[in-house]
Design a binder for this molecule. Sequence first.
Ligand code: ATP
Length: 261
Amino acid sequence: MSTHADTTPILRADGLAAGYGGADVVHGIDLALATGDAPVGIIGPSGAGKSTIVRALTGAVKPTAGRVTWNGRTVTRIGLRDKKAFRTQVRRVAQEGIGGVEPRTTVDRVVAKALSDARKAGRPSGSTVEELLEDVALEPRFAPRQVGTLSGGEKQRVALAMALATRPDALLLDEPLTAVDPAMRGEVVRRLGDAAASLGTAVLLVTHDLELVERLCPTVHVLAEGTFVASGPLSTVLAESTHPSVRELAEAAPQAVQRFL
Ligand SMILES: Nc1ncnc2c1ncn2[C@@H]1O[C@H](COP(=O)(O)OP(=O)(O)OP(=O)(O)O)[C@@H](O)[C@H]1O
């Protein structure tokens, strides 16, 4: 579903097949993310290949068939010169949150560094450190904290703030809030959705949390055994699809989601 006039995909997969050691894990995947589009979700059983799709979109896993393109260019063929721009404009945030950050660095310095890197790359988000922390529901008292002292969920939120700092065209979120408690998760995703919408950032959300996907994504794809077996609004998909994997998801859906069925 598009909310803006500019719907030329910046990142797309066409007939994507990819896997490990010569065996495909996903196949026939078509996906397009365009600046200004509403967030898209991918749900599905464990091991279905959700993270593999995200890795293929970032070029970390090479397609065995089909293509992944960034502004029309094959992602796995982006040269060194443009890699930095690609990594700034297509940001992946995964479960592990911030990696490789010196634990004694404070939250405000980490986010300020992300902002300054973004400025150098010509992608200033136009936000302040305080605003970015607000976008992920981190109160100002977190600014002077050393990142090594943060909880897992707080680290995940710092990682999201760092990603937003680069005003990315696409944000690929692979279970980004698993360590955030369920009550706070809803608030973070609401603010994140608002921030992404105002930046025009396209969001792809991979999650097992149906409530989260229902809140953020007007469109979801259900991945089962490596292929999309149903797509559309979550409530429609869960109510109407007869695919066994979707029926299992519908039966296990939390009450907050069941009430929409
Ligand atoms: N580096 C790897 N080498 C070999 N096999 C892998 C590798 N990474 C993932 N796989 C396998 O690929 C399949 C899909 O994994 P993937 O992580 O994409 O699934 P997923 O849908 O994201 O699962 P989950 O919901 O549990 O995170 C699984 O069978 C997994 O064991």
